[in-house]
Structure formats: structure tokens, C-alpha cells
Design a protein around this ligand. Sequence first.
Ligand SMILES: Cc1ncc(COP(=O)(O)O)c(C=O)c1O
Length: 491
Amino acid sequence: MKTNTEIQNAQIGTLIQEFTGQAVAFYDGMKEQPVCRPAKEATLEHLEKQTIPAEGRPVQEVYSEMLRDIYSNTILGQHPRSFSCVPSTSSLLSWMGDVMTGFYNPHASCQVNGPAAEMVEKKLINWMCSLAGYPKTSGGLFVSGGSMANLTALTAARDQKLTYEERSRAVIYVSGQTHASVAKGLHIIGFRKDQIRVIPVDSLFRMDITALRAAILNDREEGRIPFAIIASAGTTNTGSVDPMHDIASLCKEFDIWMHVDGAFGASALLSEKYREKLSGIEYSDSMSWDAHKWMLQTYSCSAVLVRKESTLVHSFAAHPEYLKDAETSEEGVEFWDLGPELTRPARGLKLWLTLQTMGSRAMGEVIDHGCAMAELTEELLQKTPGWEIISPAQLGVINFRYVPHGNTTPAEIDAYNQEISRKITESGFAQIYTTELNGQKVLRMCTINPRTTEKDICDTVNLLKQLASDENAEAVFGAKTQKEERCWHSA
Ligand SMILES: Cc1ncc(COP(=O)(O)O)c(C=O)c1O
């Protein structure tokens, strides 16, 4: 006689098999799905009313309900025509790794708990450090994302460069394009807003070195302590790479910690063609690198890398008495000594599966493809009257906008582009969001998904043209277009 648990386990097994088959088919046919699948009001109302039941329900019922009400109502960030934010590039291989790791659920905090898993994660970290050009003293840790990687590195920077007494006089340099997670991280580790210097950027949205030097000199003169410069290797808005060599020289000259936020762009180190753009990253003290952005991983797979592993140990090792038996030795470094987490999943294993199966060359080609798709977008838009390139294709990101013919005001142009974004996203064909550059609303495309084809780009640009054309403005936006001026006014 089977127990109730055995019966339920068998049902769960059947559902998992059913789900796996459906998921692979869904992945293969994703292009036929709309990119955005918003939840219906009725679905949200139904979920809102649900509570945690005192008595459980049949798993089949909960499974079907969750598929219908939750998983079917998400934006498909991994859709080949999802171009907003940093779209997910997650692959089936990464998902498979997630499933395997999730099942065995290793407590990847120390060697004793899973020596082989730890060895594999360490090998990956060492490989990433060597791609960055870091020396043998380097090390790092897989963390949940770029925000955590930045926070972890900034903590090490603070502890290496400042005494407790000096913290209130310290200053940090970012650019106007630095990701918001840096300011968030600095707030968490105790710095005030007025301790962050926002350095202007040049026409390609890279940190202006002359302004940076002047700010450092000024701060020193006024008795403050410049302690960290945050260089971006691939900004979120424009894919720009800050001048690494110049920043490294300033850091050397003034004994400042150089952190590179490579959450988005560090993966370009894998590309024969684009690696050179990151030249100088090897001089940094720390960097963040998200595998869940451009290395085909499902979420929660990022690395914080440091030039000297000991700098992380200095900030994070705790050695509580209840973990003594699990420590390899007094001197041995465990993953729990390198970051804020104790219990952590073995985030690197899915990346290992992906890289072992694909090889690093194919991963480099993923980067080349993403960059080529942004370059193609730029080429197509340049050929079409009315479209302005605001930031050219850089590391798979391009920004542009449509300027209707006539006496259109800046506010109207902003509203017009906002409307194009809304329309194309609502159409379900492609997802394109706006951002702001030079005080203007612009359309931004991040084209890093390796399953995005040239046809996807051409079709998307064609749809953009159709939505934006002056002639269609009235029909598309329902706005009053004056034939002579061909100008669209926001409602
Ligand atoms: C340049 C950059 N840094 C940091 C982050 C934050 O990464 P995460 O969302 O993984 O925390 C992002 C996210 O898009 C980013 O583009």
C-alpha cells in the first residue's frame, strides 16, 4: 500500500514531466507569443482574494491555477523582441542547471558542504578573473545580481581605504550614467548623498576625465578624502564604457579604489572583437559581472571579483563558534568569508553547465551578435528621415527618437516618443521602453538576445516607422495632426 506522501510524490513527478515538456516547447515557440502578457483585472482580483488555506489542496489544482494565473501573465524578458531594460538572455541550458541545482540544493557556503560544487564555482571565478586580467591574488564570489556585487565590492573598498573616523569625510566619484545600485549600495554602507560626486559625461556618455580630476583636486584641497571611483563597463542607458586607463591612472596617483561596474558589459571580455573596448579593466581593484545579463543565465547569477581576495575576507569573515566544525582550517577561505551571505545556492553550477556545453567561443559570439543587432538598428534608422540617433550602438545598446516634421516643441517630441514606446509595447510584437538622455525622452533598444534575428530587427524598425510616421500620427495616436505642420500634440 502506498502512503499518501508516495502518492503525492508520484503526482508531483508526473506534473514535473508534463511541465518540462511544455516549457521546452514554449521556449522554442516563444517568438509566436506576445512579448508582454499583462494580467487581466479579473485574474488579479481573484489572486487578491486568495488566502493561505488551513488545509492543503490537490497539487494538480494549484499547479494548473498557478500556470494560468501567474506564469502566463508575465512579460517575456527572454523573448527575442524584448528590447527594454537589460533583457534576459536566459537559455534552456541555464534553466536545466537551475533545475538540477534546485533539486540537490547544495548549501554552497563552505567546502565541507559540497567540495565539488565549491571547486567548480572557484574555477569559474578564477576564469573570470583571468579574463579580466587580474593577478593570482584575485578571487570573488557568485552573488544574486549586479546590485549585490556592487554593494559587496564597495564594502571592501570602504574597509581598505578608510578608518572609521575618516568615513564621514570620504567622497566617491560616479558619472551621471552610473547605475542607481551604486548609490543604493553606498547608502546601505553608511555614506551620505553629499559624499557622492556625480561627474559629467562626454558626448558618448562616458565619464569626463578632466572634470573628474578637477573634482578630486578640489575635494582634497578642502580636506575631504577621495576613496573610490566607479567606472562603468557598459552603462545601462547607452552601453558606454568609461575611459578605464585614465581612471586607473587617477586611482594610482591619488591612492583611490577603482571599482568597475561591469554588471552589463563585462561579458564583452569574451568577445575577440569587442574585448578591447574594456582595456584597462585589469587595473581595477574590483568589478561586478552579471552572468544573468549577457551570459545566457536565468536570474541570480552574478559575480563580484576583486584583485585581492584578502580584501573581501577582511570585510566579511566572521568565524562564529557554531561554524567551526565546518571550517576547512583557521586560514582556509570559505565562500561565507567573501560576502554578506551565509546560506547561498550554488549559483555558478548552471553557468558551468552552459559553458561546458557551449564552449567559451560560442559565448563570445553571443556578444558579437548582440552588438551587431544594435549596429544594424542604427544603420536602418539612419536611412530613414525623421529619426535621430541620440547615442550610437555601443555594446548592444542604441538610443534614438523620432522628431516629427514641423514646429514641434521639445515637450511634444518627448510625448510623441513616449507614445511610440507605449504603442509598440502594447502591440505585443516588441517591447521598447524610453529613457532620458540630455534631458530628452528617447527610445532605447538593448539587442543582446542571441535569438534575435536580423528579421526581428528589420520588422521592429518597420513597425516603429509605421507607428511614428507623421502621416499615421492621427490614426495611430488619435491625436489632432495639422496637415500643414504635420505636428502631433499630446493630449
Ligand atoms: C550597469 C548595471 N549595473 C548594475 C545593475 C544592477 O544589476 P541587478 O539588477 O542584477 O542587481 C544593472 C542592471 O541592469 C546594470 O545595468
